[in-house]
Ligand binder design. Structure first.
Ligand SMILES: Nc1ncnc2c1ncn2[C@@H]1O[C@H](COP(=O)(O)OP(=O)(O)OP(=O)(O)O)[C@@H](O)[C@H]1O
Ligand code: SF4
Ligand SMILES: [Mg+2]
Length: 392
């Protein structure tokens, strides 16, 4: 009888057992570190720049699955300046939501774990060190109880689907008041209700005195998303994370909600991290853009640098794939050929290699490209721009 060939895509029972065993060991170790008692010195540090509200450095967030370790966020670094909108773009599965959940300490544990790097959040309440640099929290090391003090108040999040994020059994007013009480536990009922009416007015809900007693199912999708924004703003946050805030809405409502988000951001001097795969939205809204691919950052810069001078073949590809009124109607919409690599056991090399039209000898046999600074704000990760060039 001929010996059966092993399918390289399937795990043997032995391999599967080994993965589960090693996952359990690693998850136990990481959970133990999380539970350790910490002094405030152990989860505070200093900002690289006082002009930033958030600095992410070498962040790694993994999921320990039965098929292997998924490196959803794989050593990424970027800053969110104060009073600015940073757009985080990339195709489905590239790690945008996991990045935002890591910032909120909401990654699904024990499978999901932040295993490395720093998330420095400048809450402006910790003073400065001897060199005049702002002290800040390192969210990756913060105990859950301390995180609960800043989550919702200093950092808030607007989710993609308001129907699943709002609680269907409470009125919208109650849900806004709840956040208000978190930060003002001594407030009276009347003060909380007035605040809820004020927030509904801010986000353009008509007849706020009546609507405050409505349940989420009595509101349209656009109204519900406005309520989500009202809840996110109630704590007066310094950073608002909006994860695809308009994907579930139709185009005209999308534009209203984005305008509202931009207005409240500018009025309050807050910063927004806007997650989307819609480049049109980014071009209109963002000051800075971070492009992600397969858990890595491939390019980052100001909105002008990314749109006027895209350098990474992936950034160039997604811009080409954007529908445009100027293109011929009969012309087929461009799409980047190929698929995103398997997120399990990601190799240390350029991950866009299999789909890149610019791939050359200089890309072969090399580790993941290093950050190449084009300007103070513009960086790209691609061997084409290595010192020795990509053609060697
Ligand atoms: N709970 C989980 N368990 C295992 N893997 C997960 C889990 N959550 C996310 N992942 C994996 O992490 C990777 C990044 O997922 P993420 O949700 O951040 O993508 P995304 O960029 O937000 O995509 P989309 O645009 O579709 O929302 C994906 O490969 C996904 O399969
Ligand atoms: S490193 Fe090479 S394969 Fe990767 S994106 Fe750059 S040119 Fe393409
Ligand atoms: Mg997502």
């Amino acid at each position: 009888m001929s010996k059966q060939m092993k399918n390289p895509n399937l795990l043997t029972l032995k391999e599967s057992r080994e993965i589960i065993k090693s996952n359990l060991r690693e998850m136990k170790r990481l959970e133990k570190i999380k539970r350790q008692k910490k002094t405030s010195e152990q989860f505070t540090t200093v900002m690289k720049s006082n002009d930033n509200v958030l600095e992410i450095e070498d962040l790694e967030t993994f999921f320990y699955t039965d098929n292997g370790v998924v490196r959803s966020v794989n050593k990424i670094s970027f800053d969110v300046p104060k009073n600015a909108i940073v757009g985080l773009v990339g195709e489905s599965g590239c790690g945008k939501s996991v990045t935002s959940l890591s910032i909120m300490q909401l990654v699904q544990a024990p499978q999901g774990q932040v295993v490395g790097g720093q998330i420095r959040f400048n809450s402006d309440e910790l003073g400065q060190n001897a060199d005049g640099r702002d002290m800040c929290y390192d969210v990756t090391k913060m105990p859950t109880l301390d995180m609960c003090r800043i989550r919702g108040k200093d950092i808030s999040m607007i989710f993609q689907e308001p129907m699943t994020s709002l609680n269907p059994v409470f009125t919208v007013g109650y849900q806004i008041e709840e956040v208000f009480y978190l930060n003002n536990p001594e407030a009276t009922k009347e003060e909380a209700r007035n605040k809820a009416i004020e927030m509904l007015t801010t986000v353009g809900i008509p007849m706020p005195e009546t609507m405050i007693d409505y349940y989420p199912h009595q509101l349209s999708g656009g109204m519900r998303q406005r309520v989500m924004i009202a809840i996110a703003l109630t704590g007066n946050p310094k950073l608002i994370i909006a994860d695809e805030p308009t994907t579930a809405l139709d185009v005209t409502i999308q534009s209203q909600i984005l305008k509202l988000l931009k207005r409240v951001q500018a009025d309050r001097g807050a910063s927004v991290m806007l997650i989307t795969h819609d480049l049109g939205v980014v071009a209109e809204m963002a000051d800075y853009v971070v492009v992600m691919y397969a858990g890595k950052i491939v390019e980052k810069g100001t909105v002008y640098e990314i749109f006027d001078n895209p350098m990474h073949p992936y950034t160039i590809g997604i811009q080409k794939a954007k529908p445009s009124l100027a293109s011929d109607a009969a012309e087929e919409l461009y799409s980047i050929p190929g698929n995103v690599p398997n997120p399990i056991n990601i190799p240390d090399e350029c991950l866009f290699k299999g789909r890149c039209g610019k791939r050359c000898a200089g890309c072969e046999g090399k580790p993941y490209p290093k950050e190449i600074k084009i300007t103070e704000t513009h960086s790209v990760f691609c061997h084409l721009y290595d010192e020795e060039g990509g053609e060697s």
